[in-house]
Each structure stands twice: as structure tokens, then as C-alpha cells.
Design a protein around this ligand. Structure first.
Ligand SMILES: Nc1ncnc2c1ncn2[C@@H]1O[C@H](COP(=O)(O)OP(=O)(O)OP(=O)(O)O)[C@@H](O)[C@H]1O
Length: 230
């Protein structure tokens, strides 16, 4: 569904991503792990056209998207649930949801978003800024789904949430996968990530240092790239 080939990305002169190659398979949950500052968000932002690819290719269903603007990438079927959720604080829940709505026959509608997230229905007239962190995360996921994407990118959706809310977010991701959605998940929460993942990549200092099934991640790899501070 989505392939990245030898992606190199920079902020000014800082070379952040080094020949990153990875594949996000249709209908699967692909997880990108790595400690703080290793380039996970930069990878997601490169896919979305928010950080330019200096070299390399990003291919969505045979279409090269590495030179496209974010709105074009979005129209082609990629949606982002950004780190920190980024809900509009001064719009109501309903208005937040409707800003991105792109109707597709048989796709997501406001009604089935409310069916999946009853709490959003209850709070539909509340301002985005008045919601709890967990509610904002639901809103951010609902808003992305209303673009009716083929691929959903989630950047650390568990960040700052209570353990109970982390379980809820994991359950939502599981349901979306069951419905056939293709998911690319950046996470720091190893337990949640490994529970959901069909395939795992690890980034270290902007390079992919591991790619494999979750059960191939042994203690050595975890200790080297995930658990201990560098
Ligand atoms: N706008 C920016 N300008 C310059 N450098 C940046 C910018 N954004 C990120 N960086 C640097 O790029 C590197 C990768 O950052 P990135 O946010 O992709 O990491 P990450 O793995 O997502 O970490 P985190 O979990 O903290 O979000 C870091 O060294 C960071 O300091």
C-alpha cells in the first residue's frame, strides 16, 4: 500500500533521516518504534508532505507522493492523527469533525463516528479545548477518519493518556484494523505497540535498525534501541 525507499530528510543542514526504507502493508498495523528524537515524527511528516524528501521515494499505491503537498497527499487517501492531537480549541466537537469531512459512498460519516465514539456525540457542542486528553484523542482520530483515508498515520496516540485511555485507544486501533484499514503507528508505549503490531520497524538516529514481526524483537534489540537511554 505504502512504500518508502531510501528516504533522506533534513532540517536545514541537519541530516535527520538516513536512507529510510519501509513498507506499510494493506490492512495491517505497521509500527514504528524508537526513542525520543530518533526521527519517527519526521518520517510521518515526510509521508504527509510536511517535511520534504531530499532524496528517495514515497509510493502510495503506485503513485509517487514524495513531492506532493500535504493537501494532495490527504486527497490521495492518507490521514494523520498528529502528535499532541491538535484539535481546534475554539471550535465545537462537531465543527472539528466537519472541517475534514470528505464524503465517500459507504465510508465514514458523522453518524458512524458518533456510533464508534459515543462520548463525542455527548460532547458535540463542547469546545475542543474543553475536552479531556482522551476525548481530544478520540476527536483527533474521528477527524482523520472523516477524510475516509486508505492509510491512517497515528503519531504517538497514547502520549499523555491515562492507562485506561491507552487501552481504549488500543481497542479503537484494533477495531479499525478489523474493518480493513491500513495503519501506520508511531509509538513509545512498547506494550501497546507490540500488542497491535503485525510488523515492527525500529528507528535509531534516523536509520532503520530493525524490521520484523513483533515476536522477532528479542531482549537484545529492545535493550539496545528501546529501553535503555542512549
Ligand atoms: N523543526 C525542526 N527543526 C530542526 N530539527 C528538528 C525539527 N524537528 C525535529 N528536529 C530534530 O530531528 C530529530 C528527529 O526528531 P523527530 O521529532 O522526528 O523524532 P521522534 O523520534 O519523533 O521523537 P519524539 O518521540 O520526541 O517525537 C531530533 O534530533 C530533533 O531534535
Amino acid at each position: 500500500m505504502l512504500h518508502i525507499y531510501n528516504l533522506n530528510a533534513f532540517y536545514g543542514d541537519s541530516h535527520i533521516l538516513h536512507n529510510v526504507s519501509l513498507t506499510v502493508e494493506r490492512g495491517k498495523v505497521t509500527v514504528l518504534l524508537g526513542r525520543n528524537g530518533m526521527g519517527k515524527t519526521t518520517t510521518i511528516h515526510s509521508i504527509m508532505g510536511m517535511v520534504p524528501a531530499r532524496t528517495g521515494k514515497i509510493v502510495l499505491e503506485q503513485i509517487e507522493i514524495q513531492d506532493k503537498a500535504s493537501f494532495q497527499v490527504s486527497r490521495l487517501g492518507v490521514a494523520l492523527v498528529p502528535q499532541g492531537r491538535r484539535v481546534f480549541p475554539n471550535l465545537t466537537v462537531r465543527e472539528n469533525l466537519m472541517t475534514t469531512y470528505r464524503p465517500v459512498e459507504g465510508g465514514w460519516t458523522l453518524e458512524n463516528i458518533y456510533a464508534m465514539f459515543p462520548r463525542l456525540k455527548e460532547r458535540e457542542s463542547s469546545m475542543g479545548g474543553d475536552l479531556s486528553g482522551g476525548e481530544q484523542q478520540m476527536l483527533s482520530i474521528g477527524r482523520a477518519l472523516l477524510t475516509n483515508p486508505k492509510v491512517l498515520l497515528l503519531d504517538e496516540p497514547s502520549e499523555g493518556l491515562s492507562p485506561l485511555m491507552v487501552r481504549e485507544v488500543a481497542e479503537i486501533i484494533r477495531q479499525l484494523k478489523q474493518q480493513g484499514l491500513t495503519i501506520f503507528l508511531v509509538e513509545q508505549n512498547l506494550a501497546m505497540a507490540l500488542e497491535l503490531a503485525d510488523f515492527v520497524y525500529i528507528l535509531s538516529k534516523g536509520s532503520v535498525v530493525f524490521g520484523g514481526a513483533p515476536d522477532e524483537l528479542d531482549a537484545h534489540v529492545k535493550n539496545k534501541y528501546l529501553l535503555l537511554s542512549s
